[in-house]
Design a protein around this ligand. Structure first.
Ligand code: HEC
Length: 241
């Protein structure tokens, strides 16, 4: 993770180059005027939110820095959201290390950067079209049929399964978790004492993660074992009778 000092330096550098760009050609290509914030929010949730917390976007990833906290100081220091937008845009194209580069490109990268700059450390909730830009799939309860349970991942890439609680009868059990999103997920099952009973493959883009196990009556937890995903909300309970 970046130190606050390094981040402040980055913000300052981008502020200067943004000014230089303005003076040179009036280029407002990192300004919000042409960015589509609704599209930016949808892409942020789908491609970035599994690793980053951003309150207004409703994301709770913990692999990368909390983006509200990351930019609170710069905004308070008066750097302006245009500058933050430039920093986020640079980060998308040229991340330092662990973050995959170019998860979004072209206009989409501008849209995401504009949304993050607009939302970071703002407090309150998104309004208007932004408020309904992303819907979390309704979470429901599931019951195993013929020893088989379906617990799909949220198709928009949010850290959730579409099932919050499931029931099954004792015996052989297969759990299938389809993941239509681009964010990798798996599904794992553990008993109430924390013993792992099985873990499916990591999948994305429509792949299915499958656990085959035997269960006895009791309470279990299903969860995604990728770093930060369970903590972000990707878990639920399985009750076996
Ligand atoms: C697989 C996890 C992962 C994904 C997905 C991801 N990031 Fe990151 N991000 C990180 C990590 C780790 C860091 C810190 C290290 C670094 O800067 O490369 C980071 C750093 C950042 C920073 C710098 C924050 C600071 O403290 O200065 C920004 C801004 C950022 N990411 C935005 C995004 C955006 C926008 C997306 C989606 C296009 C995204 N990230 C997708 C893991 C991720």
């Amino acid at each position: 993770m970046q130190s606050p000092r390094r981040r402040a330096a980055l913000v300052a550098t981008v502020a200067v180059s943004a000014l230089a760009g303005l003076a040179g050609c009036g280029g407002d290509d990192i300004k919000g005027s042409r960015a589509d914030l609704v599209h930016g929010k949808q892409l942020f949730v789908e491609r970035c939110g599994a690793c980053h917390t951003l309150t207004r976007a409703g994301t709770r990833g913990t692999v990368g820095p909390d983006l509200d906290a990351a930019f609170a100081q710069s905004i308070e220091d008066g750097f302006g959201r245009d500058t933050v937008q430039g920093v986020v845009y640079e980060q998308i194209l040229y991340p330092n290390s662990e973050m995959p580069a170019k998860l979004v490109e072209g206009q989409s990268a501008h849209d995401v950067a504009a949304y993050v700059a607009n939302a970071a450390a703002k407090g309150g909730d998104d309004q208007g079209a932004l408020a309904t830009a992303v819907r979390r799939a309704e979470q429901r309860e599931a019951t195993a049929e013929n020893g088989r349970l379906e617990i799909d991942a949220d198709p928009t890439g949010q850290l959730a399964y579409v099932v919050s609680a499931a029931t099954a009868t004792a015996g052989a059990l297969q759990i299938d978790s389809r993941n239509a999103s681009t964010v990798p997920h798996d599904i794992a099952l553990e008993s109430s004492d924390g013993t792992e009973l099985g873990k499916g493959e990591t999948v994305s883009g429509g792949g299915v993660s499958t656990v085959n196990t035997d269960v006895r009556p009791g309470r279990y937890t299903f969860f995604c074992s990728l770093p930060g995903h369970r903590e972000g909300g990707m878990e639920g309970t399985l009750t076996v009778r």
